[in-house]
Design a protein around this ligand. Structure first.
Ligand SMILES: Cc1ncc(COP(=O)(O)O)c(C=O)c1O
Length: 397
């Protein structure tokens, strides 16, 4: 394997050590525990590269803030601190050139809940929700769980995955009410360009659709050549029909602390959304706010180094895939997820096959709406990634 040298790649990491081993196997980690138990049953070690959290310790600034808060010892009902809102708005202004007005924010305990809440709030029963595939599996469940119809439009394959606007125009119906976008895109890692986003926005304006833009991966753009553009920052007209879902959870590895937000600039849309979740949605837990505030206020340097590390992991996988006839991979531009095209293996369910043959657990393509593929989470120590690729080498040609 022509791997990047970990020593060389991490020299930029002067403050934070992403190579530091962390044993999550006997902890409460969903990613590790599931396959720890399965591995014990099978009498072998399974390497979990599936659910999207990273194996890295969160920024020390976040840990310090949490420890300070825990030491206080009182955990009654919380009220969102103004300093948290300030840190959140400042982060998006500084990193994404988007001025968020604090009154646009609706805090949520998670973005999967956010996706479902949007699906519930907008469009009458029986109306249609359009999205693109492959996509993060909960997107495909929102319509049916809210008594609506799903219109899943396959993206165009090619050197870069792209939205198929022609197919979207052909499929859109009189009762389509909502378009659900994932940008940066999970699982393909695409960062949609300004031109692509404008074309999508034009389509949504023309069809009078509300847009739910899940931008949870926006801080994980791996190359300086790409830039995340918040859809709602394109124009007031687009902002007025957009619900943007955001969270620090992927970037700073604090998903278990459940703090996220829907940003809804339009007052009518926002109050409708708020009414529809009233009494259904718990508040964000106190520690989630503490972690999020510290991450947004003090985590920029940690994130820079994280991106550097992830990029080297990404390059390693891309090089590895380039040397295989049975694996195709479009270079992920963002996220720590590699969307592996394994159709050349001839396996109906490549993830299941690889689990059985190699003990590497990937996410199944069919769950994202595209069988024959599998998603590999490379948000881990390079040493583990090397072990994973070596195992995959034993069966993939
Ligand atoms: C696109 C996308 N949205 C939402 C989520 C989950 O968000 P939460 O953990 O806040 O429910 C994920 C997690 O992988 C994701 O990739």
């Amino acid at each position: 394997m022509t791997a990047n040298n970990p020593q060389t790649d991490t020299t930029v990491s002067s403050r934070y050590n992403f190579d530091q081993p962390v044993d999550r196997s006997h902890t409460d980690s969903a990613k590790w525990r599931h396959y720890q138990l399965e591995g014990e049953r099978q009498g072998r070690e399974i390497l979990p590269m599936w659910v999207a959290d990273m194996d890295f310790v969160s920024p020390p600034e976040v840990l310090d803030a949490l420890q300070h808060r825990v030491a206080h010892g009182v955990f009654g009902y919380g009220k969102i601190p103004e300093s948290m809102t300030e840190a959140f708005c400042h982060w998006y202004a500084e990193h994404h050139n988007w001025q968020i007005d604090p009154k646009w924010i609706v805090w949520l305990p998670g973005l999967v809940s956010g996706l479902h809440a949007v699906g519930r709030a907008f469009g009458e029963a029986g109306s249609a929700i359009m999205t693109h595939t492959p996509v993060y599996p909960p997107f495909l469940k929102v319509a049916v769980r809210n008594h609506k119809q799903l219109q899943a439009i396959p993206m165009k394959e090619g050197e870069r995955w792209s939205l198929d606007l022609e197919a979207m125009r052909a499929e859109v119906k009189d009762n389509t009410r909502l378009f659900m976008l994932c940008n940066p895109q999970n699982p393909t890692g695409r960062v949609f360009s300004e031109q692509e986003l404008k074309a999508l926005a034009d389509f949504c304006i023309e069809q009078d659709l509300v847009i739910c833009s899940d931008e949870i991966h926006c801080d994980l753009v791996l190359d300086k050549t790409y830039r995340h553009i918040p859809l709602a920052s394109l124009s007031d007209e687009i902002a007025a029909r957009t619900v943007t879902l955001l969270a620090p959870s992927k970037t700073f590895n604090i998903a278990g602390l459940a703090c996220s937000a829907a940003v809804i600039p339009d007052a009518k849309l926002r109050s409708h959304f708020k009414r529809s979740i009233e009494g259904m949605m718990p508040g964000v837990n106190l520690l989630g706010f503490v972690a999020a505030e510290a991450a947004y206020r003090d985590g920029a340097e940690w994130r820079e180094e994280l991106l550097h590390y992830l990029k080297a992991n990404r390059d390693m996988i891309v090089q590895w895939a380039a040397g295989k006839d049975q694996v195709a991979l479009n270079q992920p531009e963002a996220t720590y997820l590699a969307w592996l095209d394994l159709r050349a293996t001839g396996q109906e369910n490549p993830a299941q096959w690889l689990l059985k043959e190699t003990g590497v657990a990937l996410s199944e393509g069919a769950d994202f709406g595209l069988p024959g593929f599998a998603r590999l989470n490379f948000g881990c120590r390079r040493e583990l990634l090397e072990r994973v690729l070596k195992r995959l080498d034993t069966v993939l040609k």
